[in-house]
Design a protein around this ligand. Structure first.
Ligand SMILES: [Ca+2]
Ligand SMILES: [Ca+2]
Length: 328
């Protein structure tokens, strides 16, 4: 019993002597290590979805002069008769387009004539002709008009090689919103139009901020009254993302939304081998004793291998010590 106690006491004082030696070594390594820490600093660039990413938005098409599918002359002056004109680029042979034409008719039926009007923009080829369009619209009961493309309307739709496309245009003839591809539903179209009504062309900026680092995660522009889907929150070791603080739905002014994080109670920093949520000289001593075969603990095995080489030895003890005294 006595002998054991002496052995323990002898081991402990030997450990403290080695630890002192390690401490001197650690301090000697200070300048080189500090330089290393500096070079490891990262400066992430915020991701920005700019308003001008879509070339069609901002384009003025009031100078178009064309014919409708019935042969009547139509000019850009028709755009000034209502707050918003929806232009729907379509082909008569496309089932997706025909489904959207149904949405367009519902839109005409749901809003007052001084608020919203719809014009189809016909893609023309051997099959999708003005005659085919007249037949389709009459058979389907579509009452809005469809236009043939002149140079101005061609340059609008040809920015994206895609059918269908939907454009929202204000009463001055300026494109305020562009959707390339198939609409998900009538509700999506109605929401696009409703958001712009009363505030045509007005956008709000939603800035997503990382609540831990104060860095900008993303800037998203939405139409007045519009909504967005938040970006993926950055991961931070030792913390759990708990939610977004702020509003990103039905937004009517520029706004900030913050990613909130809480401390993860199940997370232990590397080197915190006694699992008390801080790395101290005690942890370094425990790793040292473990590496000398004087001590065994699950904490050391889980969090003691500082250099990740698969074993816990005196090097790891030194690294824990440097963490504990803030010398990296
Ligand atoms: Ca600790
Ligand atoms: Ca190691």
């Amino acid at each position: 019993m006595k002998r054991t106690s002496e052995t323990r006491s002898g081991s402990a004082s030997r450990a403290v002597r080695i630890l002192s030696l390690i401490l001197i070594l650690a301090l000697a390594l200070l300048p080189a290590s500090a330089a290393l820490a500096e070079s490891a600093e990262r400066i992430p660039a915020p991701s920005v979805r700019a308003l001008d990413e879509n070339d069609a938005v901002g384009m003025n098409i009031a100078s178009f002069s064309t014919h409708d599918v019935f042969g009547n002359h139509v000019t850009g002056s028709v755009l000034s008769s209502q707050q918003i004109t929806v232009l729907h680029y379509f082909a008569t042979w496309s089932p997706e387009c025909i489904e959207e034409m149904d949405y367009m008719q519902t839109l005409c039926d749901s809003f007052a004539p001084d608020e919203v009007a719809v014009y189809g923009l016909l893609f023309e080829d051997a099959t999708s002709t003005p005659a085919a369009c007249v037949e389709l619209m009459q058979n389907s009961g579509f009452t809005y008009n469809a236009l043939r493309l002149d140079g101005v309307l061609s340059s609008l739709v040809n920015q994206y090689a895609m059918i269908p496309q939907t454009f929202l245009v204000d009463s001055s003839g300026t494109v305020i919103e562009h959707y390339a591809g198939c609409l998900g539903s009538y509700a999506q179209l109605e929401s696009m139009v409703s958001n712009q009504l009363g505030h045509p062309g007005e956008y709000c900026m939603i800035t997503f901020i990382d609540g831990l680092t104060n860095e900008v995660i993303a800037n998203v522009a939405v139409a007045h009254g519009g909504s967005t889907v938040p970006p993926a929150p950055p991961e931070h070791p030792g913390y759990v993302f708990s939610g977004w603080e702020g509003n990103y739905q039905n937004v009517t002014e520029n706004t900030t939304v913050i990613a909130i994080y809480v401390i993860d109670p199940n997370y232990y920093e590397q080197g915190d081998v006694d699992m008390d949520h801080s790395v101290t000289i005690t942890d370094a001593l425990l790793v040292l004793r473990y590496s000398l075969g004087l001590f065994i603990s699950e904490g050391v095995e889980l969090y003691g291998d500082m250099d990740g080489n698969g074993t816990v030895n005196v090097t790891d003890a030194l690294l824990v010590l440097r963490t504990a005294i803030g010398v990296f």
